[in-house]
Write a protein that binds this ligand. Structure first.
Ligand code: 13P
Ligand code: SF4
Length: 311
């Protein structure tokens, strides 16, 4: 790439030429968020991907999110700037082991977090995100036992919140698992006026101190709309970019990991996408998400159930 090339302008030009839309998750680098047509949490991004009339969706997020876009909009070209942008939750739940897990609990309905592969989705009954999981679990008859995969922390949080017994897969997010309860307590003593906002992929040691627990969008709304002025943020710190844009007069402090640094809480998968790769994927029309139609047809059913069951 020519060092004098105006990448942002070129991306805008290519976007128009190809009738493309750029969707980005809140964990993407600020410069990618600023270029995107829409920035959202997993649920809003999947709805946006299903509704767009663009021919090309450039998905600045991780693979499972781009796969959801392809599953819901199969006629569109879906591009992922770095094909290696995966997710530790997806890695923790391999399709064959998941099918065995289901076979061991044949009477259970399987409610699966959207952070998983298309194969695991295809073997699940209902997909949920952290935005709609409790609302969907509340609609399952009380005598119906539930299997949950793959995030154990989100699973325990939901079991407590909904009062349901759930058999939990033991996966976790390498990013949210690193937050240190001790560092959080230290920050609370330094900033006694700060509220704590946490993603439910955090472990109980963090969640027990949280004033607000929710999806990335719910956390954003809480800090922007509420009266409080200072927040300790226990989720991937790139979301602070949107917070500072929407509420520049408020203070947002990222909660660190055990070594006291915040950089260890950057999602290493989300970080693989860069502005340069975003440009190149538009030029090259790839990497593209491709998937056998039979797999897509099986994976779309539990996703459609999610969209039916959530407001
Ligand atoms: P959200 O659905 O809250 O955006 O979460 C996605 C994710 O990967 C959290 O780590
Ligand atoms: Fe996956 Fe965790 Fe990264 Fe979210 S933050 S994409 S759950 S590894």
């Amino acid at each position: 790439i020519d060092p004098t090339l105006d990448l942002e302008a070129e991306i805008q030009r290519l976007k128009k030429e190809k009738n493309a839309i750029i969707l980005a998750h809140y964990y993407q680098d600020g410069e990618i968020q600023d270029l995107a047509d829409f920035v959202g949490d997993s649920l809003d991004l999947s709805r946006k991907a299903a509704a767009t009339d663009a021919d090309v969706i450039v998905f600045c997020g991780v693979r499972f999110m781009a796969e959801v876009a392809k599953i819901l909009s199969p006629e569109k070209t879906v591009l992922l700037p770095d094909s290696k942008a995966g997710c530790s939750l997806e890695d923790s739940c391999q399709p064959e082991a998941f099918r065995k897990f289901r076979e061991q609990h044949p009477d259970h309905v399987s409610i699966t977090y959207i952070n998983c592969s298309a194969e695991v989705k295809a073997a699940s009954d209902i997909i949920v995100t952290s935005s709609n999981a409790a609302e969907i679990i509340d609609q399952i008859p009380l005598d119906q036992p539930i299997l949950w995969a793959p995030d154990r922390h989100l699973g325990s949080y939901l079991a407590k919140k909904t009062g349901r017994d759930m058999v939990l897969w033991q996966g976790s997010c390498i990013v949210h698992e690193q937050f240190s309860e001790r560092e959080l307590i230290r920050l609370k003593t330094q900033h006694p006026d700060a509220k704590v906002a946490a993603h439910p992929e955090c472990h109980e040691g963090i969640l027990r101190h949280a004033d607000q627990i929710g999806s990335t969008r719910a956390i954003l709304e809480y800090v922007i709309d509420g009266p409080d002025q200072k927040f300790l943020i226990a989720t991937e710190p790139h979301i602070i970019h949107q917070m500072e844009k929407a509420a520049p007069h408020k203070t947002f402090i990222p909660v660190p990991g055990a070594d006291g640094s915040c950089a260890c809480n950057n999602c290493p998968f989300m970080e693989l996408n860069t502005l340069e790769k975003l440009y190149l994927c538009l030029v090259n029309n790839g990497p593209q998400i491709v998937m056998p139609e039979e797999l897509r047809l099986n994976a779309v059913k539990p996703l459609e159930r999610m969209l039916e069951l959530s407001k």
